[in-house]
Ligand binder design. Structure first.
Ligand SMILES: Nc1ncnc2c1ncn2[C@@H]1O[C@H](COP(=O)(O)OP(=O)(O)OP(=O)(O)O)[C@@H](O)[C@H]1O
Length: 616
């Protein structure tokens, strides 16, 4: 099995040892408390006060019980003893009612605290995720940390808050019972603590094992999730069936799921064994406690009424201690997940997209790349090497080359989404590393190869290009749609611009790939900016729409700088300059005619596409 787990697709991560995790415990629980303090101070303080009141009620209830037992066990007729015990009984009843009211009030405060914390924690995670640079999403460690924080961290954070409250309540309960026991006889306190130690140890140990198992299974779980999506989502359903790949997907699932099942079983059994051992040892320890209590009574160290209350107090304390151990155990386990959440936030903070710097030129006259290289995080081979190029304002530049030659990477670099790992990019002589990333992004329009399909209406899908653009009467929106040949298509939708474009929701409508692409082009045109980067904008378009888009490109050329990536070489004949990339380097550059005259790769590709033999 071990071998299967270390396939290139997935592997088991080896987590920290238990000792290291134990040492981290105080540091792990602090973030939960800090979050509670930051996001729900008043409900938390209310809960604290109510738990203390409930604890005080428990302690006084125990002492009042002794008084009642004293009266009941005294000499005399039964009705007289009962009558004498009545005030004490009334007090016990009042205390029980008070405790019940305090516990109900805790529930109410809890109902306010938990959603507030959940919301605050979610927002922090999303803000952190949105705040990092694009390259971080290509970093496996970061991406995995993000998913661990999102899928497990948030979930357990929610539960950790509940357990912190339970822990507080149990601590108050234990303290109250301990006070009661200490009043009866001081020896009873260490006795009861010794009685619950074995079980507490076992639950803690089981939690450690559970967490260690979870850390190891993250990658495997994600693999199973991915396969679950393949098997159940609508998008891949067609191609899967057309390729008759269903058995393959199922076999892949079985491979990953079997490994996961074995690992889950191993971890589950290991946890169950520890818990069973703890429970057995706990039972024996509790029997010992009761035996010692009997001996104390026999030796006359405590009175009969005191012994009666002690039995109740031992039960109360044992229950509270068990709850405390349980809550502490769960909190311990959850704190480890919460630590993942906090580790992710701390990591994201160090990766934050840098803010500030010189404002990027409004309409850059010249963008130059000198010796630019780029390597994806974790990748050994650079995707781009030694790129030298200059783009002048108003030019139309084309990037062509085989699949994987680096065109999209270069486009993203020019758009400021990636930073060169070597060399420099300058905007009007200013090093792009010194430019304010927000202003740089503001000047760029990027129509990507695979545009986002926002599960929203058509209007929002276009407006998303520049969501804060003022556009009274939607004039700019409609013009962009018209230039992208999307207006007729949208007006033909069931609710026009307000049609919900997602079949995931009731009443939603699905578009074809080409229709989506038209919207993406409209989104880019609506965004508008001095530098337009089009990454294969017309690949899924029909001839009419493609013609419309290229007409638009021709119209705006001169006013805007256009960088066009395409495999269709006939579309780039009129470009001012064409760069042919090969294995991350500029292999050829020039105008269409110059490149044909070179009789190199470009000429060969052009001949292949047009059916004309290259003039050699
Ligand atoms: N996120 C990524 N992480 C690691 N490597 C990547 C990533 N994206 C692309 N690459 C690698 O970088 C190289 C250049 O990819 P790029 O997408 O820039 O090529 P392209 O010329 O745009 O290809 P295509 O014509 O297929 O769109 C390829 O070798 C690819 O495997």
């Amino acid at each position: 099995m071990e071998e299967e787990l270390v396939t290139p697709y997935w592997h088991l991560d080896r987590p920290d040892g238990p000792r290291r995790t134990l040492r981290r415990l105080p540091a792990l629980t602090t973030p939960v408390l800090r979050l509670i303090w930051q996001c729900g101070r008043w409900p938390a303080l209310t809960i604290l006060a109510l738990q203390l009141a409930s604890g005080a009620a428990t302690a006084s209830g125990l002492l009042a019980t002794t008084a009642v037992l004293d009266e009941l066990l005294a000499a005399g007729a039964a009705p007289d003893r009962l009558l004498a015990a009545m005030p004490g009984l009334a007090l016990v009843a009042a205390i029980v009612a008070l405790r019940g009211a305090a516990e109900a009030a805790v529930e109410l405060a809890r109902a306010r605290l938990e959603p507030a914390l959940r919301r605050a924690a979610e927002e922090r995670l999303f803000a952190a995720s949105l705040g990092v640079q694009l390259a971080d999403f290509d970093d496996v460690d970061f991406y995995e940390g993000l998913h661990r924080a999102r899928d497990r961290g948030l979930f357990h954070l929610d539960r950790a808050v509940g357990n912190t409250i339970d822990l507080l309540g149990a601590t108050c309960g234990v303290t109250a019972a301990a006070i009661g026991l200490a009043v009866l006889h001081p020896l009873l306190v260490p006795l009861i603590v010794a009685g619950v130690i074995p079980e507490a140890w076992a639950v803690l140990k089981a939690a450690q094992r559970g967490y260690a198992g979870m850390r190891g299974m993250v990658t495997l779980n994600r693999r199973v999730d991915m396969l679950a999506e393949l098997a159940t989502e609508r998008e891949p359903a067609g191609e899967l069936r057309a390729c008759q790949a269903q058995p393959y997907v199922l076999a892949e699932y079985r491979q990953a799921a079997d490994a996961l099942k074995e690992e889950e079983t191993r971890v589950g059994l290991s946890m169950a064994r520890v818990r069973a051992a703890g429970r057995a040892a706990g039972g024996l320890a509790m029997a010992g406690v009761l035996a010692v209590l009997g001996l104390m009574l026999h030796a006359g160290w405590i009175a009969l009424a005191g012994a009666g209350t002690a039995v109740i107090a031992v039960r109360v304390a044992a229950a509270a201690l068990r709850q405390l151990a349980q809550a502490a155990n769960q909190l311990f386990e959850q704190s480890l997940y919460v630590a993942d959440y906090h580790d992710f936030l701390a990591d994201a903070e160090t990766r934050r997209r840098p803010a500030g710097g010189t404002a990027a030129p409004r309409c850059p006259e010249r963008i130059t790349l000198h010796g630019v290289g780029f390597t994806y995080p974790g990748s050994r081979r650079p995707a781009l090497r030694e790129i030298d190029l200059t783009i002048h304002a108003g030019q139309t530049i084309a990037l062509v080359g085989e699949n994987g030659s680096g065109k999209t990477t270069l486009a993203r670099l020019l758009a400021g989404l990636y930073r060169p790992t070597s060399g420099t990019m300058r905007w009007d002589g200013l090093d792009s590393a010194d430019l304010d990333p927000d202003t740089l992004a503001d000047r760029v329009v990027l129509v990507p190869q695979h545009p986002v399909r926002w599960p929203h209406d058509a209007r929002t899908n276009v407006r998303m290009g520049r969501h804060d653009r003022q556009d009274p009467g939607d004039h700019a929106l409609r013009e962009a749609a018209s230039l992208a040949a999307a207006d007729d298509m949208v007006t033909g939708l069931p609710a026009g611009w307000h049609t919900l474009l997602s079949r995931q929701f009731r009443g939603g409508h699905e578009l074809s790939a080409g229709q989506w692409q038209r919207l993406a082009v409209a989104r880019g045109l609506f965004r508008d900016g001095p530098l337009l980067i089009w990454d294969e904008p017309t690949a899924p378009l029909d001839a009419k729409a493609e013609y419309a888009v290229y007409e638009t490109l021709r119209k705006i050329a001169g006013e805007r700088t256009v960088l066009l990536i395409t495999h269709r070489l006939t579309s780039v004949r009129h470009a001012d300059r064409i760069y042919l990339l090969h294995r991350g380097r500029v292999a050829e550059e020039g105008t269409h005619e110059e490149l044909l005259a070179l009789r190199g790769r470009y000429a060969e590709l052009y001949a292949l596409q047009t059916g004309k033999a290259a003039r050699r």
